[in-house]
Structure formats: C-alpha cells, structure tokens
Design a protein around this ligand. Structure first.
Ligand SMILES: Cc1cc2nc3c(=O)[nH]c(=O)nc-3n(C[C@H](O)[C@H](O)[C@H](O)COP(=O)(O)O)c2cc1C
Length: 340
C-alpha cells in the first residue's frame, strides 16, 4: 500500500519537500488524539526491552540521527514505535546547511545521497525543545547527536563540540559525537586517533554523567575502525555508533548518469548494508562485551535488525528505509524481529 503511494505520489515530489511533509505527519501523530490511536498499534513488546547505557530502551530499534535534526518530532517517532530517537546533528551555532537541492533518491538501490550539511537551528534552540520534552517524557530514549559548526575552523573544533555538550548533555539520555559526516569540510579528519583522543576527552569531561558515544564513518580502513573502538574504550566512552553514510558509490544499480547528477554527499540505504555489518563485527571484536555498540546502515527489515543483534549490536538504528517503507516501518521491524 505504502509502496504504491510512494511510487505514484511521493516519489514525484522533491525529496526534501517530501521529508518535511512526512515530518509534519509525524508531529501530528505525536499529539493526542492521534498518539492514543497510534501507540497501541506500534508499542514495542516487553520482551523487546534492552538495558544499555544505564537506560531502558523499549525496543532495540531507533531512528538514526538526521531525521529529526531539531528535536521537533520525538513524540511522534516514539508513537510510531521507535525505541529511541537520536536527534541532531546539532551544532553550537545555528546554520542553514548546504544549498538545495541536497537530497537525492536512488530508487533502484533503495538509497539516498545527501549533502544536507548539518542544517539545524543550533544548540540553544535544541536546549529549549529538549527542556519541554523532559517535562512530559515520551516512551522513547532521547539521544542527542552533536557536530562541528561549519564556520568554526577544524583546529577549534574541540571548543565548539564542548559548547554543545555543556548545553545539551544535561538534557540528553545519551550524547553522540559525530565526526563522520562527509558534508562538513574537514570533519572526518577528526577521526584520526591523535586528533580524536583530545576531542573525546574534552567532550567526556563536559558531558559529565551523561553516557557518551562516538559515531564513525564506514569508509575508514578496518585497522582504523578497530583503533577508534579501542580508543573509545580507553577514553572511558560508553559506546560507539557504526556507521554514518559512505562516500563510496560502488555496486549501485541506479543509472550512473543519475548517480553522477546527484553529485557529492553521503550515500545511505541498502548499498551500505554489507559494509555496516562488517564494521559492526570489527568494532564488537575490539571492545568489551558490556560496551554499547549501535549498528546503523542499510537496515530494512526485522530479520536484518536480528542479524545485527546476533552480530553483537546492542541497539540498531535506521533512517533511509523509513523513506521507502513509510510510517509503520518500526512496527514492521518489530513484527519481523521475532519471525524466525
Ligand atoms: C538525509 C540524511 C541526513 C542525515 N543527517 C545526519 C546527521 O545530521 N547526523 C548524523 O550523524 N547522521 C546523519 N545521517 C546518517 C544516518 O544517521 C545514518 O547513519 C545513515 O543514513 C545510515 O543509515 P541508513 O542506511 O539506515 O540510512 C543522515 C542520513 C540521511 C539519509
């Protein structure tokens, strides 16, 4: 039903417009009386509960960063059955992001390319929203993903991350440091171990008791993935999120002219599946059993969430398949999770 609606209607709209329209629906679903109707249909089962990071996640499956950049849809996403919502990426300084168009569908690959460039209203605006959310908490756990403001030089990145962490950590169930988006110049260079160590240490000090995770790119060589995982453990972080989007365009079946026309940016969705799973395995082998590993990249079905959990993920996230599968995706995942 949704597949038909997608093909006949939604796919004809500009992807970013469609995203905003979808977000408007999500926001409506988050408020009574719609949330009262949606919640019983989508509520995770008690057996789905995951205890991690000192928190209780109603289900292992959450919505990845980038969908709700300004923490405006958390209630709706919770009502749709996501066990956690990672809001952001939020930057210390508000910014418009890259010029449009900046989001492109590769429909035959069930993928998208984005170069949004951390469009967001900034940490101060997010702080206000998170305050409100905390007064009447949704069921979902709220993660807050922070990144570097574009106007700040890479050499000054630490102070910029710390400014966001100081503001947002007290309001977050967990905080995620994003050093892996391909759309902010120089950002991924922060993943080099010698640069990353002082950054993690400073943000850890600023985050206080809030669990802290770092999100990495899939394009790192295997040995660097392992080195970062070990560093995260050494620096006392609580977890790692793997992975962000890829700059690779290998193995796509979409018309190469269409892929070229999309231009630069991060690729997400089904083509990322294999590498994301491989990175999860490398990370899990490098960290202690109680270290939280969130696997994200290319997940589409409940069986694939199960596969990630079996491969050592503590929690799983997704984004792109939500665009292709529609509002009841988290519910479908829940059903598929138990169908062995
Ligand atoms: C349009 C779009 C925007 C994104 N924005 C962010 C972001 O702001 N911060 C971030 O850490 N990841 C961002 N991501 C990456 C996702 O969180 C996720 O890591 C990636 O898409 C892989 O998962 P998927 O294949 O299920 O989409 C974005 C992804 C998409 C498609």
């Amino acid at each position: 039903m949704y597949a038909l609606l997608f093909r006949l209607v939604l796919a004809r709209f500009d992807p970013e417009f469609a995203h905003h329209a979808g977000m408007a629906v999500v926001r409506v679903l988050g408020a009574p009386p719609f949330s009262w109707i949606a919640r019983p249909l989508t509520r995770p089962e008690p057996r789905d509960e995951v205890r991690a990071l000192g928190l209780v996640f109603p289900s292992p499956f959450g919505i990845a960063a980038g969908f709700d950049k300004n923490a405006v849809g958390v209630r709706g996403l919770s009502a749709l059955g996501f066990g956690h919502v990672e809001v952001g990426t939020i930057t210390a300084i508000p910014q418009p992001g890259n010029p449009k168009p900046r989001l492109f569908r590769l429909i035959p690959d069930r993928a998208v390319v984005n170069r949004m460039g951390f469009n967001n209203a900034g940490a101060e605006a997010a702080e206000k929203r998170l305050w409100k959310l905390r007064r009447r908490r949704p069921a979902a756990v709220i993660g807050v993903n922070i990144g570097k403001s574009r106007v700040v030089a890479v050499e000054d990145a630490t102070a910029d991350y710390v400014a966001s962490a100081v503001r947002l950590a007290p309001l977050a169930d967990y905080l995620a440091i994003n050093v892996s988006s391909p759309n902010t110049p120089g950002l991924r260079g922060l993943q080099a171990v010698e640069t990353l160590a002082p950054l993690l240490r400073a943000v850890k000090a600023a985050a206080g008791a809030t669990p802290l995770l770092v999100k990495i790119a899939p394009d790192l060589p295997d040995d660097e993935v392992a080195a970062i995982a070990e560093l995260a453990v050494e620096e006392g972080l609580d977890g790692l999120i793997a992975t962000n989007t890829t700059i690779s365009r290998e193995g796509l079946i979409t018309d190469p002219a269409k892929v070229a026309a999309a231009g630069e940016g991060g690729l997400s969705g089904a083509p990322l599946k294999e590498r994301s799973l491989a990175v999860l395995r490398i990370v899990r082998a490098a960290v202690p059993a109680d270290f939280c590993v969130i696997s994200v990249g290319g997940v589409e079905t409940g069986a694939e969430v199960r596969e990630r959990l079996d491969a050592g993920a503590t929690l799983v996230q997704g984004y792109t398949a939500f665009l292709y599968r529609g509002p009841f995706w988290a519910r479908q995942i829940r059903a598929g999770l138990h169908a062995r």
